[in-house]
Design a protein around this ligand. Sequence first.
Ligand code: ADP
Ligand code: TRP
Length: 325
Amino acid sequence: MRILSGIQPSGRLHLGNYFGALRKHIELQGEHECFYFIANYHALTTINQAERLEEFTREVALTYLALGLDPNKAVFFRQSDVPEVTELMWILSCLTPMGLLQRAHSYKDKVAQGLSPNHGLFAYPVLQAADILIYKANLVPVGQDQAQHIEMAQDIQGKFNQAFNCNVLVRPEPLISAEAAVVPGIDGRKMSKSYDNTIELFGPPNQARKRIMSMKTDSTPVDQPKNPETCNVFALLRLLASRDEVAEWDARYRKGGMGYGEAKKRLAELFEETFGPCRKRYEEFARHPEEVERILADGGRRAREVAAQTMREVRKCCGLKTIGG
Ligand code: ADP
Ligand code: TRP
């Protein structure tokens, strides 16, 4: 079973990324053949400054390593170390109907938010399909917001095999954690960099605590019973606390006599208990950029070998000759 996923380097990673994607990536690394990459070509759709792209790329690498990604267990690399993926994207583009891309929610959302769209943003799902298909991945662990992109990859895979009458590309399936499909942000909407409502995993000291203490809650008075199901503080407690503790908070919410401040304080403590030890590893890797580079370069070489083999098969199916092959 081959697993693959990517994360864009478009800012610091947050709790939504962790529970929706990263945690699963790390959990799976011991059991399957895993490929995880930093989607820097994708980030170019919105970032046009070299230093920022480099900084965010480094940030994603440090975050994965701090959270326990083991480069001996998973192939961890930068998308741009496998330029073949852009070649596959072109080939797949020629089979992708315009209508499929025009229906993409993520594209439509970005345009609705006022982003002036470029062709890269429009073609984004085709590059994502190429990412997945070039490694013949079977499973793609992502958050709910990526489900449509995986469906598009399935469509495109089917079209390629059908058009060229082959079975070179493999159908990928999404893997979406039920308990963290959509993690809410501090304002109750989906946690996302673009809404400025995130709790960053490795932000400046005390930033996470401040963000947690400023989470939006309703105005039910302290003595009144509260509904845990509609509270975003509870939604995060549920992800970070043990099962028994979650049951206790559930009962305390429903009973009344508990203020949201108390729940937030505990949430901040749990955040620290979970990510405090990882912060030390983050800082350790940050002090050794050459080690991080070595890990990424090694991963890039391993990934490229697999991608190059798929491309030989793909070119053959399409009738594309290259020098020597
Ligand atoms: P953002 O929305 O902050 O730009 P990305 O689109 O870069 O985040 O997401 C990277 C990964 O994290 C994807 O697999 C995505 O599905 C997951 N993810 C992001 N935000 C959330 C969230 N709020 N809940 C669950 N998963 C999320
Ligand atoms: N689009 C994904 C996101 O925004 C990142 C990504 C790029 C990806 N290529 C991928 C995810 C391939 C899974 C598989 O989060």
